[in-house]
Design a protein. Structure first.
Length: 187
């Protein structure tokens, strides 16, 4: 550095670099905050869809099934799924998987109340979509949390990286058209 002008230039360069790092940190911390809010909103949407699925399953169990044993089992699974929001996370997703398994085990195409079965299939499809959206947003947020610069500057604060949600959310129990029987075709 050849004189006072060189030191001034170096000082200006260091201040500009510090300002750029500060702006980047501020922007990234704000982005992380917005992403955490999106994860919370996606989780709330998922829970709403799961509640709707359980409610429609309850309606189906009360009035749409001919088999009383299936009605009782579906009603119990749906009630447990509706009440699972207050339990632990692992239990909550296990209960949702159990409701899905119960729905898959039923012979829903034989049910006379097809609009209710269609509504249940629609609710289950929306719940599966909501879970995928939540997991996409959570994965993006987790990826940003893991970046080295984010950890160095503690830009996530005390926020914990969001968890992925995993449970059986199949919805291929929708009513299928009846198989044409050979006797019906012969006449």
């Amino acid at each position: 550095m050849g004189g006072p002008g060189g030191w001034v230039a170096l000082g200006i360069l260091l201040m500009a670099a510090a300002a750029l790092i500060g702006v980047w940190c501020f922007w990234t911390a704000g982005r992380l905050d917005r992403m955490h809010l999106r994860v919370e909103a996606a989780r709330a949407a998922l829970l709403t869809q799961l509640q709707h699925r359980a409610s429609v399953a309850t309606e189906l169990a009360i009035g749409g099934l001919e088999d009383p044993a299936s009605s009782v089992l579906l009603l119990a699974a749906a009630r447990t799924a509706r009440e699972s929001g207050s339990g632990g996370a692992a239990d909550q997703w296990l209960v949702q998987s159990e409701l899905t398994a119960m729905l898959m085990a039923l012979d829903l195409p034989a049910v006379e109340e097809e609009p209710l079965v269609s509504e249940l299939a629609d609710a289950a499809r929306k719940a599966a979509l909501a879970r995928r959206i939540h997991n996409d947003v959570a994965a993006t947020t987790r990826s940003l949390h893991r970046r080295r610069r984010v950890r160095w500057f503690h830009l996530a604060g005390h926020a914990v990286a969001p968890e992925m949600i995993d449970f059986d959310d199949r919805y291929d129990f929708a009513p299928r058209p009846p198989d044409p029987s050979p006797a019906a075709e012969a006449s």
